[in-house]
Design a protein. Structure first.
Ligand code: AMP
Length: 216
């Protein structure tokens, strides 16, 4: 299976990826996680990436493409779920070529639509585990009491000023990627407003209706 989850920041792509991975034996290509783990390395490269993401802007296409390609190659271009990639039309065109060359085109792109007010609420309430990157929500899914509170942090790009930049960047740079996939006939939009189980079930229905998932 070769699928992509598309949507604004805070749409729940990471949450759904984590649910679908074990369910269908998928491996994720989450460029956000790849970038954050490079930032944690505290190398000159990591610091360069950190400066890009800090305020909510995008990392340059060539850098993200290299990170994604290395990961896709590791997975033999199969059984992958893309989370937060591609995020520009340049990346989408590049990816189409890479996957066509490797005879592994994307089968479906699921776009998760969520209103801005919900995104802002979700992201400003989000906290993550410093080491595992497990996401929590201060009220809906608070971090368990037995976790050292010092390990629960707010991503710098989840500050309200950075969220606004990310939403703006999404509209200008990333939303056109949906049109790109719409024209290729690969896009299906679902609502990303609901419980994670409801949304997961909607995604499974899309996979079935697109014959990506054979129903037993
Ligand atoms: P995410 O965890 O997917 O929200 O990504 C966090 C940040 O990493 C984004 O706000 C961008 O700065 C950067 N990033 C992640 N994926 C990409 C991508 N495909 N292209 C450019 N920048 C990206």
């Amino acid at each position: 299976m070769r699928i992509a989850l598309f949507g604004p920041p805070g749409a729940g792509k990471g949450t759904q990826t984590a649910l679908l991975e074990p369910m269908f034996g998928l491996q994720s290509v989450s460029t956000g996680n790849l970038i954050r783990s490079a930032v944690h390395d505290d190398s000159p490269f990591g610091r360069e990436l950190g400066a890009y993401i800090e305020d909510g802007g995008l990392v340059p296409d060539e850098i993200v493409q290299k990170l994604a390609e290395d990961r896709l190659r590791e997975y033999d271009f199969n059984n992958f779920i893309l989370d937060g990639f591609p995020r520009t039309v340049v990346q989408a065109v590049w990816l189409r070529e890479l996957l066509e060359t490797n005879k592994a085109p994307i089968q479906v792109v699921i776009s998760m639509a969520v209103p801005d007010e919900i995104i802002i609420e979700r992201l400003s309430q989000r906290r993550i585990h410093k080491i595992t990157c497990e996401p929590y929500h201060l009220t809906l899914r608070p971090p368990p009491a037995d976790i050292d509170p010092d390990l629960i942090v707010q991503r710098s790009d989840d500050r309200i000023e950075a969220i606004k930049v990310r939403l703006d960047t999404y509209r200008k740079m990333t939303r056109p990627v949906a049109d790109f996939y719409q024209k290729s006939g690969l896009l299906t939009e679902i609502s990303g407003d609901g419980t994670s189980t409801e949304i997961r079930n909607q995604i499974i229905k899309v996979l079935e209706s697109r014959s990506v998932l054979q129903v037993a």
